[in-house]
Design a protein around this ligand. Structure first.
Ligand SMILES: Nc1nc2c([nH]c(=O)n2[C@H]2C[C@H](O)[C@@H](COP(=O)(O)OP(=O)(O)OP(=O)(O)O)O2)c(=O)[nH]1
Length: 304
């Protein structure tokens, strides 16, 4: 079953969510308006029709922006949920089919109120285009400065990785920067340190062996959990753990750990098959963002 969902975004960055009516599958949960493709219909035509039927608005399908594709399974029911961003329409959206509709800032939506397959859509909406990783080999002092410089450049998602330094030193670097990080509405993730992340109420980035070792999400919803993935198995595991996002590497350059570069076509196949936002990592820089977005990436991850 192929389902399309439209994420209407208004001029203030709020999105329209709709509550599924009583008697339907997932009744009472909130979703993005849309529905199933009819036979012979393309995804964009289906969305145009559904937005007319469910909200009474007219849209130009040429303006839709691909957001994320989520393969999902509700028991026996397997589906592909394809989400597209819609920024322009005519008419005032009305709840013609939904129990209710509401405009919300994505940051204020509780993922638990959404249909489960929509939680990765919310994650894709909230996450930025860049995931910045602290410079390899930097000292703790240098990483403290790097956090400030990175925030000043407008970046909002950062991983602190200080290999070879004790956990308490890394934690104090992050603790010292936390007020500034929060003031910017940014997020920081500790590499590999679940306990430290829980203590500081920040995110954690799991390495591939931790990804295998955990059997459930290591932190509550609201604290970001990310994972380093290299293949389809890793990505499937990250989805099972309920990770908010993953990095998939190496895309262009080989890695020190001996992985062969995936190349963009294989990256795209893996990212599309994964039900979570995926950042491209490994040999990619700021110039590759367009290429990455065309290949199903949430954005690019890296050091500079
Ligand atoms: N429309 C929509 N459906 C979603 C979302 N998330 C999600 O899990 N689903 C599921 C719920 C349903 O099992 C399926 C879509 O079914 P639907 O009932 O909305 O489809 P439809 O409008 O064609 O409805 P109908 O003919 O069954 O009345 O996808 C979402 O964001 N939007």
């Amino acid at each position: 079953m192929h389902v399309v969902a439209g994420v209407l975004v208004d001029g203030n960055g709020r999105v329209l969510i709709a509550q599924r009516p009583p008697g339907k599958h997932l009744a009472g949960l909130w979703e993005f308006p849309g529905g199933k493709l009819e036979s012979g219909e393309s995804a964009v035509s289906a969305l145009e029709r559904e937005l007319d039927e469910e909200l009474g608005i007219a849209v130009d399908p040429h303006t839709f922006e691909a957001l994320i594709r989520i393969p999902w399974r509700y028991g026996e029911r397997a589906m592909l949920l394809e989400a597209m961003v819609v920024r322009a329409w005519t008419g005032e959206p009305k709840a013609l089919d939904a129990a209710a509709i509401a405009w919300r800032d994505p940051a204020s939506i509780d993922p638990a109120m959404l249909a489960p397959a929509d939680r990765p859509i919310l994650a894709a909406l909230r996450l930025p285009l860049h995931y910045m990783v602290s410079p390899a080999g930097a000292t703790p002092d240098r990483v403290s400065e790097w956090i400030g410089e990175t925030l000043a450049r407008g970046e909002r998602l950062m991983q602190v990785h200080l290999p070879g330094h004790p956990d308490d030193v890394v934690r104090s670097v992050v603790a010292g920067a936390l007020a500034e990080v929060r003031r910017h509405g940014a997020h920081v993730l500790l590499y590999g340190d679940v306990e430290g992340a829980a203590a500081l109420s920040v995110g954690v980035h799991l390495d591939s062996s931790q990804l295998r070792a955990w059997t459930e999400r290591p932190l509550p919803l609201g604290m970001l959990v990310a994972a380093s993935c290299h293949d389809a198995d890793d990505l499937a595991h990250a989805v099972r753990l309920g990770c908010d996002f993953a990095t998939l590497s190496p895309v262009l350059a080989g890695s020190a750990s001996g992985y062969e570069p995936l190349g963009w076509p294989r990256f795209a196949r893996l990212a599309e098959a994964a039900s979570l936002p995926v950042y491209a990592l490994g040999g990619v820089g700021a110039d590759d963002l367009g290429e990455a977005r065309m290949h199903a990436a949430q954005g690019i991850a890296g050091i500079s």
